[in-house]
Design a protein around this ligand. Structure first.
Ligand code: PMP
Ligand code: GLU
Length: 397
């Protein structure tokens, strides 16, 4: 008899991971599927980073490190904050985790108690609401729309705040919409938050380096609120190192210490080989990252251009990350004579079946009018995918 805890029974599966696995399984069966589900750079890890990982093995970096990570890595991250974000963090305020997802999980577990409310702007990344649920917190979802480029307004934020609000979860640049808050917009949100000293900001900045419009703005750059911010970041996206599993967080010392206690009981340190590679990634310059950024921007324009030829799709122009998140509700209620599209899931299944293109239903991100398409793929594949989509969707009347 299964004896699972209520906690795990109420936890939803990560839809990004599930859809990626589903298309990989189909590919393994010999079915030709173009996989636009997954959110990871299609680029290989930079050669100098790979060399560092190999060297780490040969030089016997094989023992446990401090839970927070190698001192050199903590120092490299502190220097990154200073140089790229003009933020002062001492190495002891920083902790290295098993991917940014783990840093988020640590922060949420250490901040959220039963009944605490966490404000999450939607569309949101799939794991936020589930991690808050795991901590027995309550999600307060703030819907946004194309009209505000999928960003919350200060008025909306203030209206959502209650005596139980414990945290705001911000993701800029956003997965899945690619929207990002500029300095003025961030200042406006900060102006609200200063009035509520109990509220903490969990700031997911994993797409910092995939930005097409200018300098990244971190909420922690506003001194009036820095002591109430935890920055979540990592090397997965900016340095094409998703599988290495290196994330990090920076926070006030009391929070970093609490996260370290939790991690000390749950996973100890992140992989030593990956930590050594991350030191090189963070200290060897961003040339490779900038090249990737250029490619993502070109692909964004390619995909948006091709989407214009498909009737009914409504989409914002993403300013960062590597996703488009079109509203596809125009197709709801339409049929090809056999299948009728009722919702986002039907739409994605139709695309999978009739266009051999795998995408993720928007409902997983809190907006069931939309679907997410990752354009972290080659120009040729993206072109082929969009043409196949156009042909399949033309059959829906
Ligand atoms: N936050 C967001 C918004 C993401 O898209 C991802 C990618 N999975 C993560 C966090 C987690 O990153 P990592 O792979 O480093 O755990
Ligand atoms: N961040 C990626 C995505 O959104 C990776 C999958 C995941 O970790 O959920 O697709």
């Amino acid at each position: 008899m299964e004896q699972l805890s209520k906690r795990i029974k109420s936890l939803g599966e990560s839809q990004t991971i599930a859809m990626n696995q589903k298309s990989k399984d189909l590919q393994a069966q010999g079915i030709n599927v173009i996989n636009l589900t997954v959110g990871e750079p299609d680029f290989f890890t930079p050669p100098h980073v790979k060399e560092a990982a190999k060297k780490a093995i040969d030089e016997n970096y094989s023992f446990y490190t401090a839970v927070n990570g190698y001192p050199e890595l903590l120092k490299a991250i502190a220097t990154k904050f200073k140089n790229e974000n003009n933020l002062d963090y001492k190495p002891e305020q920083i902790m290295v985790t098993n991917g940014a997802k783990h840093a988020l999980a640590n922060a949420i577990m250490c901040l959220i108690d039963e009944g605490d409310e966490v404000i999450i702007p939607a569309p949101y990344w799939v794991s936020y609401a589930e991690l808050v649920k795991l901590a027995q917190g309550n999600n307060v979802i703030l819907p946004t729309s194309l009209d505000t480029n999928y960003k919350i307004t200060p008025e909306q934020l203030e209206k959502a705040i209650t005596p139980n609000t414990k945290a705001l979860l911000l993701c800029s640049p956003s997965n899945p919409t690619g929207s990002l808050y500029n300095r003025k917009e961030m200042q406006a949100l900060v102006n609200v938050l200063v009035k509520y000293p109990r509220i903490f900001v969990i700031s997911d900045e994993i797409y910092e380096h995939i930005n097409f419009v200018g300098k990244h703005v971190s909420v922690a750059e506003f001194p009036e609120i820095k002591e109430r911010c935890v920055i979540i970041n990592g090397v997965s996206k900016g340095y094409a190192m998703t599988g290495y599993r290196i994330g990090y967080m920076a926070a006030p010392l009391w929070l970093t210490k609490a996260c370290s206690k939790l991690q000390g009981q749950m996973t100890t340190n992140a992989s030593t080989i990956a930590q050594r590679a991350a030191i090189t990634a963070l200290t060897a310059g961003n040339e490779y990252t900038l090249e990737m950024n250029k490619a993502f921007r070109r692909r964004r324009d390619l995909v948006l251009g091709l989407m214009k030829d498909i009737p009914g799709l409504k989409c914002n122009v993403p300013d960062g990350a590597f996703y488009v998140f079109p509203d596809v509700s125009y197709y709801f209620g339409k049929s090809d004579g056999t299948v009728t599209i009722k919702d986002d899931m039907d739409f994605c299944l139709y695309l999978l079946d009739k266009a051999s293109v795998a995408t993720v239903p928007g409902g997983a991100f809190g907006d069931p009018r939309c679907i997410r398409i990752s354009y972290a793929n080659s120009d040729e594949i993206l072109e082929k995918a969009l043409i196949q989509m156009k042909e399949a969707l033309a059959k829906l009347k």
